[in-house]
Write a new protein. Structure first.
Length: 197
């Protein structure tokens, strides 16, 4: 069964593996220059696309984890996602025109080049991928990603890979890398405004 498109998206065509919108992004980027951290997922899940909010499924640990590890002073609701900017946090996805579970996403849905350009412009201290699948979609398969900090950088930003907060990935859940990320964010200063690499 193919998911119904959210009412705020004009869909180009449906696939057996999710929905693709050629006209609009499923969820808007929440980005600004010099953020402490930008979280990057693969694509919005079906529930997030339907509700027009990041990490909207009640079984998703994203919002409670941000609060638990001290990245936000209170637990935000998914519909308050734009408020993350006031805490130096940004949100985006590798696939901006598709939604569904990772297994449902068409290969052509990912736009790693666009993501890299956005991050190079915004220059966050840290880019945190909210799953190994998101990291692979953005960075390619250089080998097995481990959870936690990575050796590589995107422009000048440090890179972390985190266990997915999705309820569908509960078997892989571990809050420890999220706590390591919060500690690293607390130590970081925004990257300089020097030239991009």
């Amino acid at each position: 069964m193919v998911a119904q498109p959210p009412s705020h998206v004009i869909c180009g065509h449906a696939t057996m593996c999710g929905m693709i919108s050629r006209a609009r992004t499923i969820l808007p980027d929440v980005l600004a220059p010099g953020l402490r951290i930008v979280f990057c997922g693969t694509a919005p899940g079906t529930r997030s696309a339907q509700e027009g909010a990041y990490y909207a499924h009640p079984g998703n640990y994203f919002w409670r984890t941000l609060f638990t590890v001290g990245l936000t002073p209170r637990q935000l609701s998914p519909h308050a996602f734009r408020e993350v900017l006031q805490f130096g946090i940004g949100l985006t996805d590798v696939a901006k025109h598709a939604f569904g579970s990772d297994a449902e996403l068409p290969r052509g849905a990912f736009d790693a080049g666009s993501l890299r350009r956005k991050l190079a412009r915004c220059k966050p201290c840290i880019v945190a991928f909210t799953s190994k699948n998101a990291a692979r979609a953005a960075l390619g398969p250089p080998g097995a990603f481990r959870y936690g900090p990575q050796e590589l950088r995107i422009a000048q930003s440090r890179v972390f890979v985190l266990p997915s907060p999705s309820g569908q990935a509960r078997g892989f859940w571990n809050i420890k890398p999220w706590r390591e990320l919060a500690a690293a964010v607390a130590e970081e200063q925004p990257p300089s405004a020097g030239p991009d690499r």
